[in-house]
Design a protein around this ligand. Structure first.
Ligand SMILES: [Fe+2]
Ligand SMILES: [Fe+2]
Length: 232
């Protein structure tokens, strides 16, 4: 007997890939947009990162940010499985929650590529990552962020989405500012280590602009989720 499956949540395509002009425009748009008003919780994560890595952007700082960027999506994925079980008897709701799980997994993958690209750039630049700055500090901040994310999601999902939007807004501005402050990066070719999975850009500047634009897409997605009715 053949079983036909006509509707299955597919992995979303991920943030759009922009061409050279689009990437330059995206950078300008970010530079023209003020940063969001960051909450105390967000500042509790940004401050130690600035203290450990310095205020200006760097590949090591971005690698650190990417380690913790996946965390809320992981927390939402876990909460989603819990909700799917709760709503197992209501197929429409369970399906909607499951679609969210699939999205959260795709966003984690996107952040994972960012992290691998950053690690590659750190290594190519021969920059040092100490045990404290590369292992202990990211673990502590990720631990804090993970628990804050799921607890907020449980009590007020919109607060959890808002916190992630602030984190993504911060990342977007960090990348675009770094590119603006380092014009020589336009002349450094993209090494293309993860070209097959992430695409290849003309320069490291364009690669970082694309990542910055991904962060904006993540931010806008979270802001949209904030306005949706609660699925619990
Ligand atoms: Fe990222
Ligand atoms: Fe992101």
């Amino acid at each position: 007997m053949t079983v036909t499956v006509d509707r299955r949540p597919e992995a979303p395509p991920g943030p759009p890939k922009l061409d050279r002009d689009g990437l330059r425009r995206a950078q300008q748009e970010t530079m023209d947009t003020p940063r969001m008003d960051y909450s105390l919780l967000a500042r509790m994560m940004f401050k130690p990162v600035d203290l450990l890595y310095g205020k200006p952007g760097s590949y090591t700082k971005f690698a650190m940010l990417e380690i913790i960027a996946r965390v809320p999506y992981q927390a939402w994925e876990r909460m989603g499985y819990w909700a799917v079980h709760r709503h197992a008897g209501r197929s429409a709701l369970a399906r909607r929650v499951f679609e969210r799980i699939v999205e959260a997994r795709a966003d984690q993958d996107n952040e994972q590529w960012h992290l691998l690209i950053m690690q590659d750039l750190v290594q190519r630049a021969g920059q040092r990552q100490s045990w404290l700055t590369h292992k202990v500090a990211p673990w502590l901040i990720a631990f804090f962020y993970y628990h804050v994310s799921w607890v907020l999601f449980l009590v007020r999902p919109d607060w959890s989405y808002r916190l992630n939007a602030e984190f993504e807004d911060h990342a977007e501005h960090e990348y675009m500012t770094f590119v603006a402050e380092n014009p020589d990066l336009d002349f450094v070719p993209d090494p293309g280590t993860y070209a097959a999975e992430y695409g290849r850009h003309r320069s490291v500047a364009d690669l970082l602009r694309q990542i910055g634009h991904d962060e904006r897409t993540h931010k806008l997605d979270s802001l949209e989720r904030m306005r949706e009715p609660r699925v619990r």
